[in-house]
Design a protein around this ligand. Structure first.
Ligand SMILES: Nc1ncnc2c1ncn2[C@@H]1O[C@H](COP(=O)(O)OP(=O)(O)OP(=O)(O)O)[C@@H](O)[C@H]1O
Ligand SMILES: [Mg+2]
Length: 472
């Protein structure tokens, strides 16, 4: 009860008791009908007091009333008779009613208090459990027997890029091959078994591949009946991506070693053939032979240039590093490639958000970026746009190349960094593998985002290393 209410209540009760008592004392004793009426009025402050102040209130009010009322009896009657006894009995009833009502109100109040405490405890427990679930770094989903979502923690919402939980919705909105998942979960319900470590693909809002490891446990009630399933999801997309990057890097280095060995072995005999051909060419007068030798020398040069690009691919690219503005480097590249883009009716534009100086081998990095630009131009046979952007993202410099070309299908994206993978008649398929190697040698990485018919974006990330880190 608020302090103000309490004061009002006390005032009301006191004034009522005093008022009724005064009425008794000021009314002549002979008017018993009126006294009876006044006496009954006492019940009002007494019951109000019991309701407002419980046992304490009821008891106190009835005692005060009795104390105030008793002298009035003796004063007016002057002697003891049956009527006076009756009136005294009334006083006892006052006390019993005041105390009884107070007692009932008191016990009701205590019950309510206990219930409130229990509700508070339950709410605290629920909050506590939810906090624990939310602080877990794995996704957590509880479903009922119909595979309807009952609850989901924050990490689960993050995994599926949801703004809130999906309580009351079916699980089918979350997984790519839902039929398969559904069958396995039904088995969990049917045979009370667990599912551990199952890798599955999830539906994600931004169409990126999200892979999770799924653990499913039957959710048992107090009576050991299966009420639903608890799903624990561990995001393994990053691990998957890293694995594929490591695989590509391994492949590249194996092919690189092989290529440099083979190239070396072929270059020597080719050199000998070329020298002998040139000598014969200079010595002979036979026009037909000369023509044939010209073709041989031309083809040897062509073979040599392929071998050179193989060797370029295989050798480590960073020769000398220096601090260089990445903006300056991009400006240089745009100048070199401008003519090529113009010939192919490509509009190139460059957006600089923030320039950073990095310790790089500028020649190698230029080669890496030029390969990406050439591919972009080649992907836009009937004109198009190429946007180049330079920005800083935390500790990384990001150079983005976005074209409006033919795009690359999802299955092919995995392959484009493989050496000799090409879809072009005259391509060697080494361009992007060389780029990949150069970026790796700068401790960076690349990401590709592409949609068929819409275009491709290649993001190159280069680390902003602190002094002393670049030689690691
Ligand atoms: N921007 C792009 N748009 C569409 N496809 C691309 C793009 N970049 C690369 N590709 C695909 O990736 C393949 C491999 O590219 P890569 O640069 O390694 O070799 P290439 O361009 O075919 O040959 P080379 O670079 O030796 O001339 C290309 O053949 C093409 O199919
Ligand atoms: Mg290329």
């Amino acid at each position: 009860m608020r302090k103000k209410d309490r004061t009002y209540n006390i005032l009301f009760i006191s004034i009522s008791i005093i008022g009724i008592t005064l009425l008794h004392y000021l009314t002549v004793a002979s008017k018993w009908g009126i006294h009876d009426f006044y006496r009954r009025l006492y019940y009002i402050p007494m019951i109000v007091s019991a309701f407002k102040f419980r046992l304490r209130g009821g008891l106190l009010a009835s005692l005060i009333i009795s104390i105030l009322y008793a002298p009035h009896l003796l004063l007016y009657f002057g002697e003891m008779n049956i009527e006076v006894l009756n009136q005294f009995l009334e006083i006892v009833i006052f006390i019993i009613i005041g105390t009884g009502t107070g007692f009932l109100v008191e016990s009701d109040f205590k019950k309510k208090k206990r219930l409130e405490i229990q509700i508070k405890k339950l709410t605290n427990l629920e909050n506590y459990t939810q906090n624990i679930l939310d602080s877990i770094t794995n996704g957590f989903i509880a479903v009922d027997r119909n595979l309807m979502i009952k609850s989901m923690n924050k990490e689960g919402q993050k995994l599926f890029q949801l703004d809130g939980g999906l309580e009351g919705r079916n699980l089918s909105t979350l997984f790519v091959e839902y039929d398969h998942v559904e069958k396995i979960l039904k088995d969990v319900l049917k045979y009370n078994k667990k599912v551990l470590n199952m890798e599955i693909k999830c539906i994600s809002k931004d169409e990126k591949d999200v892979y999770v490891k799924l653990f499913a446990y039957p959710l048992l009630s107090i009576t050991d009946k299966i009420e639903g399933i608890v799903l624990v999801l561990e995001d393994v997309s990053e691990i998957r991506k890293l694995e594929s990057q490591v695989r590509t890097a391994e492949k590249l280095s194996a092919v690189g070693e092989l290529a440099s060995g083979v190239a070396h072995e072929i270059r020597n005999p080719l050199g000998i053939i070329k020298t002998i051909s040139q000598t014969i060419y200079e010595d002979t007068e036979d026009e037909e032979l000369k023509e044939g030798l010209e073709i041989i020398i031309h083809e040897i040069d062509r073979a040599n240039s392929v071998i050179q690009s193989l060797l370029n691919f295989a050798k480590p690219n960073i020769h000398e590093g220096k601090f260089q503005s990445i903006d300056g480097l991009i400006q240089d590249i745009l100048l070199i490639t401008k003519k090529y883009a113009q010939q192919n009716h490509i509009e190139m534009n460059y957006e600089l958000q923030e320039d950073v100086k990095l310790f790089v081998d500028s020649e190698a990095l230029k080669q890496a970026f030029v390969n990406i630009i050439f591919n972009a131009v080649q992907a836009m046979p009937d004109r198009g746009d190429l946007h180049v952007r330079l920005l800083k993202e935390k500790n990384w410099v990001k150079v983005s190349f976005e074209d409006s070309g033919i795009g690359i299908s999802q299955e092919k994206i995995e392959k484009i960094f493989e050496p000799f993978y090409t879809t072009k008649d005259t391509g060697t398929g080494l361009g992007l593998s060389i780029t990949h190697r150069i970026i790796e040698e700068h401790k960076g990485y690349m990401e590709v985002d592409s949609a068929i018919g819409k275009g491709t974006r290649i993001d190159v990330y280069l680390p902003i290393l602190k002094e002393g880190e670049q030689d690691d």
